[in-house]
Design a binder for this molecule. Structure first.
Ligand code: 5GP
Length: 182
């Protein structure tokens, strides 16, 4: 069995969560199994270090940006293993100090994201990590925050991509997803 199949089999689908009509894909069973969790991290690191990302010819990644909240669960591990900084994007009002703000509409509801204004330096190469891309609204807001600070987003990484929603078409850099779901 491939690592992708192994991770796919761990996902569970929950009908009508968090509201009626939504089928929510849960990644937590991956984190419950240390072998699956390690497989996830190794898969992402292999992608980032063995495949050429066109916008980072040197493969040097300065900053890993994780999205509130499930991007915080594996983004810092990827950052540590790459020797990169980890920067959180959080829901509005959660971060201290001067922040940049971007508003987005998601699959259900709308919200604002913030990033600390000194978190990224102009010219730094950045990757964005979250568990799932649906409409791409939250990832787009994160990309806007990175651009406001002068960072260069090289790639957006997700465990799952709801491919039929074509969220990646909204983004300013390529998407890499381990599992594509229709
Ligand atoms: P988007 O902004 O791309 O429409 O929605 C993506 C955001 O919503 C991500 O932060 C993701 O965590 C969350 N999300 C939406 N649907 C699901 C789902 O089915 N499963 C999981 N794990 N997260 C979801």
């Amino acid at each position: 069995m491939s690592d992708v199949e192994y991770l796919r089999l761990k996902l569970t689908a929950h009908l009508d969560f968090p509201q009626k009509g939504i089928v929510f894909l849960d990644i937590f069973p991956i984190l419950r199994d240390p072998i699956a969790f390690e497989t996830l991290i190794t898969h992402l690191l292999y992608h980032l270090t063995s495949h050429t990302i066109p916008s980072i010819p040197s493969k040097k990644i300065d900053v890993v940006v994780g999205l509130d909240a499930r991007g915080f669960l594996f983004g810092p591990i990827i950052a540590l293993r790459l020797g990169a900084a980890f920067v959180p994007v959080r829901k509005k009002g959660k971060l201290p100090g001067t922040c940049e703000t971007a508003t987005y509409v998601k699959e259900y509801g709308s919200d604002s994201f913030e990033m600390q204004s000194d978190a990224i330096k102009p010219g730094q190469s950045v990757i964005v990590i979250d568990d799932l891309i649906a409409t791409g609204g939250s990832a787009k807001a994160a990309g806007e925050l990175i651009a406001k600070l002068g960072g260069k987003t090289a790639e957006y990484l997700f465990i799952i991509e709801l491919a039929f929603l074509k969220g990646g078409s909204k983004l300013d850099a390529p998407v890499y997803s381990i599992i594509q779901s229709d």
